[in-house]
Ligand binder design. Structure first.
Ligand code: 15L
Length: 282
């Protein structure tokens, strides 16, 4: 476990967990460039990107690690955790227990807001093509998606009982480019990803809200009406890649294609359940 000291920088004091992950590596330089005073955390060792960045290495289930991550912080951006379908024990430890420890730390240190990496997989059993608003019911497509609906509820709990603001980002497919047909609906381009997280950090007085983390895709399934106070306005559109994706004619699993969660939804799907959750019954 290591902690290097922060140096003065303009902007907010922001902690980023999971900074070495696929999303973290995009956010780290972007948040520093935006002028935030960044403290980056990961289970893996990190080297500061520049002298003003502090780094913490350690397991978030350990309150002493959380203390190092959150002391003096205004906003925590929580990207750490398991990001794919995994056995229950791993999901519980990484996505439930670590998040609970982070929230307890947020109370101890007076953190004003937690920006939480939720996921479209909390809704992945909804049929592909159906438009979901922010009030859509959870339909997790696995234990990973279920952990994200739990995380959104935790965000609500700590706002209602402890006054910690919570922004749940229902992240779609955060990739440099869309590479499959599903992504034409679910893509979150890196430019929009950074803009979304920056609004999550910088928007004033958001209270507790959720927002779909999706680009301005012509074929998107998710409607962000009701999240205006966040001020997220995506500019990228997966449609720019549609011709190339369709020309590649990559084989599509027809069962996965029925569900918003794609292969997460078709993984382990029982034939009887497959019939009962046909899109027309959704
Ligand atoms: C996610 O939440 C996952 O972390 C990522 O691995 C992708 O599967 C993404 O969603 C997606 O839906 O494309």
């Amino acid at each position: 476990m290591t902690l290097q000291s922060d140096t003065a920088a303009p902007g907010l004091r922001v902690a980023l967990t999971g900074a070495a992950g696929a999303i973290g590596v995009v956010l780290r330089p972007g948040l520093i460039a935006a002028g935030h005073h960044l403290r980056s955390h990961d289970l893996r060792p990190l080297t500061p990107l520049q002298p003003g960045e502090a780094v913490v290495q350690g397991d978030l289930r350990d309150p002493s690690v959380v203390d190092q991550v959150l002391a003096g912080i205004d906003v925590a951006v929580h990207m750490a955790g398991t990001s794919v379908e995994r056995p229950l024990d791993e999901i519980i430890e990484n996505n439930l227990r670590a998040l609970a420890a982070l929230y307890e730390g947020a109370c101890r240190h007076g953190v004003r807001r937690v920006v939480f990496a939720s996921s479209n997989h909390a809704f992945g059993m909804h049929p592909a093509g159906k438009t979901l608003g922010l009030e859509a019911p959870y339909r997790p497509d696995g234990l990973y998606g279920l952990s994200k609906s739990w995380g959104e509820s935790m965000s609500r709990l700590y706002w209602d009982k402890h006054g910690i603001e919570g922004v749940s980002l229902r992240i779609g497919s955060a990739l440099p480019e869309p590479v499959e047909v599903r992504h034409l609906s679910t893509w979150l381009g890196h430019r929009d990803l950074l803009a979304l997280v920056r609004r999550g950090i910088e928007a004033p007085e958001v209270g507790c809200l959720a927002v779909w983390g999706v680009s301005n895709n012509a074929r998107r399934w998710w409607d962000n009406a009701g999240s205006e106070r966040l001020g997220y306005r995506p500019v990228q559109d997966a449609e720019d890649y549609a011709a190339a994706i369709e020309a590649a004619r990559t084989p599509v699993d027809p069962v996965a294609a029925r569900y918003q969660g794609g292969s997460f939804a078709s993984h382990g799907l029982q034939p009887r359940t497959a019939r009962e959750t046909e899109p027309t019954h959704g």
